[in-house]
Design a protein around this ligand. Structure first.
Ligand SMILES: Cc1ncc(COP(=O)(O)O)c(C=O)c1O
Length: 462
């Protein structure tokens, strides 16, 4: 039976959701009896469901709604104006004003000579496009390089190329064989390193690992090193001092393109329009999505240095890649409006000004026995949960199931806080609210997390 009537009642929506809607990365069995949470509206940092229950969205709709939920009217006007003028045309051989304006705007915000912008529909497509671009860049120069280097536990998307790049084995395994070849190297998780190791030693250790992995793979076969400036999966792994300069140097030594995956970190999340600027990464490519439109549109981009485009500027050469919706004029108009709002509301400045207050508020949670570490920067934090703070012993897989999915996720949901309890690496709670969050939200997040994590600790002692 199909239910096609618009304006369904909450009960009808529930039924239609269960009957028809296939949720992403979701154990659908959980909704055989339980209610599907149905979000109907948002304002600022808050969301409301069909039952009128409010949630503080401390995950910004998957690290994406950077301006929060309060600018819908303005965005709708921009979208409607574009719909009236030109609802769609492609970027395949043609251009239109909004894609051009957005490309110029993004190029002006991106660091250095990252001037060339290729649009796509989201983060996975951006990563996919970057890898294809890197492969073809070398082919255009008469070299055959195809391999990518990424880090363990890192998430880079779900399309086959991007999925292959992921460093999370459980995501990859069901879809093997994957796209050849990806080499996974160490990430910058310092929490479980020896206590006596200095930061400089840690950096040297990581760079040695990267260097030897490339050596072993055959440097002349490696097209791209792709890494997030601050790694999300595993819980906001920060780069140690000297790390990015070292990665850049290794890429230069072997002539490998360096791609900063800024799908999360771009557009203000860690302060600065791009984290590449903040950490002086000097990438050849940046992948971007989410914050580019604050998730008000399905748009992503690969931003490339002039030098990467150079081999494609001659004779019959072309980047043999395209996506119907890449650079869609309505999506581009929305992204332009997002950037305008971010500038006007001084969102990036707000993150820079408030990040210390946010961090020190969250740091109160370090008093709890279950919270081993707080890491991150900007509006991008993670709390690592431990069984024993002294030894930093982590929870077993079975304990994580009880702790995260059995207890924390439902409790936080009940308490009206959306954040992520995650164990793709060691168990962490990820906190990444809209960039308009203020002290009131920092306090609310910390208060709810404090109560819930204290209860979780009690539960785990039983
Ligand atoms: C760093 C990074 N790259 C790529 C992606 C994939 O983006 P999307 O879900 O838009 O395909 C994500 C998504 O979370 C991400 O965090």
């Amino acid at each position: 039976m199909s239910t096609t009537v618009p304006g369904l009642s909450p009960a009808e929506l529930q039924r239609a959701a269960r009957d028809h809607l296939w949720l992403h990365f979701t154990r659908m069995s959980g909704y055989t009896d339980g209610e599907v949470p149905i979000i109907v509206r948002g304002d600022g940092c808050y969301l409301e469901d069909t039952n009128g229950k409010r949630y503080l969205d401390a995950l910004a709709g998957l690290f994406a709604v950077n301006i929060g939920y309060g600018f819908g009217e303005e965005m709708a006007e921009a979208a409607a104006a574009q719909m009236r003028e030109l609802p769609f045309y492609t970027n395949w051989s043609y251009a239109h004003p909004r894609a051009i304006e957005l490309a110029a705007e993004v190029a002006s915000l991106a660091p250095g000579d990252l001037n060339r912008v290729f649009f796509c529909s989201g983060g996975s497509e951006a990563v996919e496009s970057a890898w294809k671009l890197a492969r073809q860049y070398y082919a255009a120069r008469g070299e055959r390089r195809w391999k990518a280097v990424a880090r363990r536990i890192a998430y880079h998307g779900t399309t086959m190329g991007a999925l292959s790049i992921n460093g999370i084995a459980s995501l990859r395994t069901p879809f093997e064989p994957l796209v050849p070849d990806v080499i996974h190297v160490r990430n910058t998780n310092r929490y479980h390193r020896p206590a006596e190791e200095t930061e400089a030693e840690f950096t040297a250790f990581l760079l040695e690992d990267l260097d030897s992995a490339i050596e072993q793979a055959g440097p002349e076969t490696v097209a791209m090193v792709i890494m997030e400036p601050v790694q999300n999966a595993g819980g906001s792994f920060m780069p140690p001092e000297g790390y990015w300069a070292g990665v850049r140097e290794i890429c230069d030594r072997y002539g490998i393109l360096l791609c900063a995956d800024e799908v999360i970190t771009g557009f203000g999340r860690v302060g600065g329009w791009f984290a590449s600027e903040r950490y002086d990464i000097r990438p050849d490519l940046i992948t971007s999505a989410k914050g580019l439109s604050s998730a008000h549109a399905a748009i992503g981009a690969v931003i490339a240095r002039d030098a990467v485009m150079e081999p494609f500027l001659h004779d019959a050469s072309m980047y043999m890649h395209g996506i119907t919706f890449g650079g869609h004029p309505v999506q581009a108009a929305i992204a332009l409006k997002n950037i305008e709002i971010m500038r006007r509301e001084r969102i990036v400045e707000h993150v820079n000004a408030e990040q210390d207050a946010f961090r020190s508020t969250l740091a109160q949670l370090l008093d709890l026995p279950i919270v081993g570490d707080l890491r991150g920067t900007g509006f991008f934090y993670a709390l690592e949960l431990v069984k024993d703070k002294e030894t930093r012993e982590t929870f077993s897989e079975e304990e994580c199931e009880t702790l995260l999915r059995g207890f924390l996720s439902p409790r936080l949901f009940e308490a009206g806080l959306i954040c992520r309890a995650d164990d793709r690496g060691d168990p962490v709670v990820q906190i990444s609210p809209p960039l308009v969050a203020e002290q009131a939200q920092f306090d609310e997040i910390t208060g709810i997390l404090g109560d819930t994590l204290a209860a979780a600790w009690e539960q785990m002692q039983r």
